[in-house]
Ligand binder design. Structure first.
Ligand code: PRP
Length: 194
């Protein structure tokens, strides 16, 4: 795998802008849920990990954290088609608690929508969504988003939790993938295997 610079066509959201917005979201969440009962932040693996860990440091009221993993079936593994399977369930009982789902990105909306339906059967006090990146124009199912970091255009993005073939989740900013270089390297690696 090349250094990330090779695939980066532009930085869409800088580290500073991400951190400033996350601090605002944390303040807002702290105000909204103060005195309302038990709060659980539920991170959807793996993309939401960096967002959760930065966000929770800005949530100043007591809260628990939990993790879920889902897998979606779609073309080349990159696009979900509505079929979502829960591969890691919560350990915590969420009955009567306020659940805030923490996601890195919402695209078609199928993943988060399936998670909401799945968790709703456990009768939490509420379920809300906090998403860092909203690729609104790609939406196929309506999703109730309570907290939104940024609305972004329909570009192939990576960094800050989002991967490019499982790499580069550690980048502190959101970058746009240079499709020519990425597609070129995909063809190159196929050539090497055959
Ligand atoms: C991404 C993202 C969301 C989902 C959004 O996960 O973290 O869970 O896709 O797409 P949707 O709105 O079209 O359902 P991905 O499947 O890439 O897994 P990852 O978080 O492990 O990278």
């Amino acid at each position: 795998m090349q250094d990330y610079h090779y695939y980066l066509s532009e930085v869409l959201i800088t580290e500073d802008a991400l951190q400033r917005r996350i601090a605002e979201l944390g303040e807002q969440i702290s105000r909204d849920y103060a005195g309302k009962g038990e709060l659980v932040l539920v991170c959807i693996l793996r993309g939401g990990v960096l967002f959760l860990t930065d966000l929770m440091r800005k949530v100043t009221i007591p809260h628990a954290i939990e993790f879920m993993a889902v897998s979606s079936y779609g073309v080349g593994g990159r696009e979900s088609n509505g079929q979502v399977r829960i591969t890691l369930d919560l350990n915590l009982d969420i009955f009567n608690k306020h659940v805030l789902l923490v996601e890195d990105i919402i695209d078609s909306g199928h993943t988060i929508s399936a998670v909401i339906d799945f968790l709703a059967t456990r009768r939490p006090a509420s379920i809300s969504v906090c998403v860092l990146l909203d690729k609104e124009e790609r939406r196929e199912v309506e999703v109730p988003i309570r907290y939104r970091g940024f609305t972004i255009p329909n570009k192939f993005v990576f960094g800050y939790g989002l991967d490019l073939d499982d790499y580069y989740r550690n980048l502190p900013f959101i970058g746009v993938v240079d499709l020519q270089k990425y597609q070129g390297s995909e063809q190159g690696s196929e050539g090497a295997i055959s």
